[in-house]
Design a protein around this ligand. Structure first.
Ligand code: PLP
Length: 399
């Protein structure tokens, strides 16, 4: 008795809270634009064909034991090539300390813990705004956060000048979290030229770039193009950290497959860093689930399955892009006096609509349309069947 009397309920997660409200709504017209999970044009969750074929290929081959070292090494090697480039020197020279992680969240969490152990006095700089869970992850690792300017609500685009000022004004050798493509929640990414300037300034200041790559392929439909920011930093010879997730790009949300990699000066340093991260992981959760890693390793090491996957990523990205165009056109056709260009200028899974919390509430109460309070629309939830209804509702609450 009395052990837990002081425990109050935790604050609601802003994203999971939206799903709860959606599920509780009995309306047949309801739309969930909260969670960033891909849906097809009928609003159904998708199992990629490459995943189905990989499932068939591995059926029966799997033992219910820990993953074999060779499968895990393969998954990590192929993941590293996806971000740094298949012909990159980093890959050839074995200069990356890569480990499998529990999806993107787990990769971030491992990195945060590693940062605390080896740079206990450091901070982490997040873009303002960022994915809400970044705050929780670094807080739990006891790394204090700071923010850098990113999004300008007036122009609904990047506040590049303010971002560069913050990079310049941060203490030398600070840790920065960057979204390399399809920024969540804003859908706003720096241009190639801007990335070059950011990379240059990071070099001048000696900052550490940690890239959280949760949506590779979703911005442009092309995996290499979406890694452009990282490749620019590589050219400038930064030592980079990177969290990768296969939740979105392979639709493996529930399997929790990801990779954390840290670039090192040589293979000896890579071995030391890898062993430290593995030790952190071992104390946190032992080893990761086997099945998803086997799926990813199978897809990435089979040329036919890999090319099927590349095609399927493009199909997903293109469908979202088309819905952006239709949503904007419909709002314009309805005679909305507001400017909706940002819907098509922004990239990836999300549209940072500019809707106010009051308008978001009205969409939920009057139209059964659910999204996070910040007005972020998960474009993956927009379909041919609901886009007119959505445009009408947005028009009504913004008149
Ligand atoms: N990073 C960002 C920016 C995200 O948006 C997400 C998912 O929403 C993640 C990481 C982690 O996703 P997961 O742990 O499902 O791979």
């Amino acid at each position: 008795v009395g052990w837990w009397d002081h425990v109050a309920p935790a604050a609601k997660d802003p994203i999971n809270g939206v799903t709860e409200a959606f599920l509780a709504d009995p309306s047949p017209y309801k739309i969930n634009l909260g969670v960033g999970a891909y849906r097809d044009d009928k609003g159904r969750p998708v199992v990629l064909q490459c995943v189905r074929e990989a499932e068939a290929k591995i059926a029966g081959s799997e033992f219910l034991e820990s993953i074999s070292a060779s499968v895990s090494t393969k998954m990590v090697e192929e993941s590293v090539k996806l971000v740094y480039g298949k012909d990159s020197d980093v890959v050839k020279e074995g200069r990356s300390a890569g480990v499998q992680a529990l999806s993107g969240t787990g990769a971030c969490r491992l990195f945060a813990e590693f940062q605390r152990r080896f740079h206990p006095e450091s901070h982490i700089y997040f873009p303002d705004p960022t994915w809400s869970n970044h705050h929780n992850i670094w807080r739990d690792a006891q790394i204090p956060e700071r923010t850098y300017h990113y999004y300008d609500p007036d122009s609904k685009s990047l506040d590049f000048a303010a971002l560069m000022d913050d990079i310049k004004n941060a203490p030398d050798s600070s840790f920065f979290l960057l979204h390399p493509s399809a920024h969540n929640p804003t859908g706003v990414d720096p241009t190639e030229e801007q990335w070059r300037e950011i990379s240059y300034q990071f070099k001048v200041k000696g900052h550490f770039p940690f890239f959280d790559m949760a949506y590779q392929g979703f911005a442009s439909g092309d995996l290499d193009k979406d890694a452009q920011a990282i490749r620019i930093f590589l050219e400038d010879e930064h030592l980079i950290g990177c969290a990768q997730s296969y939740a979105k790009s392979m639709g493996l949300y529930g399997h929790r497959v990801g990779c954390l990699s840290i670039l090192c000066v040589d293979s000896k340093q890579a071995a030391a860093i890898r062993s430290q991260i593995q030790q952190i992981a071992r104390a946190m959760y032992g080893s990761p689930p086997v099945h998803g890693i086997l799926l990813v390793a199978t897809i990435l090491s089979d040329p036919n399955l890999k090319s099927l996957w590349i095609d399927e990523v493009k199909i997903m990205a293109d469908r979202i892009q088309r819905k952006r165009t239709t949503l904007r056109q419909n709002l314009e056709k309805l005679g909305s006096s507001l400017n909706w260009e940002h819907i098509t200028n922004q990239l990836g899974m999300f549209c940072f609509s500019g809707l106010t919390p009051y308008q978001v509430d009205r969409l939920a109460k009057e139209f059964h349309i659910y999204m996070t309070q910040d007005g972020r629309i998960s474009m993956a939830g927009v379909t041919t069947g609901n886009v007119n209804y959505l445009a009408n509702a947005i028009h009504e609450v913004t008149r």
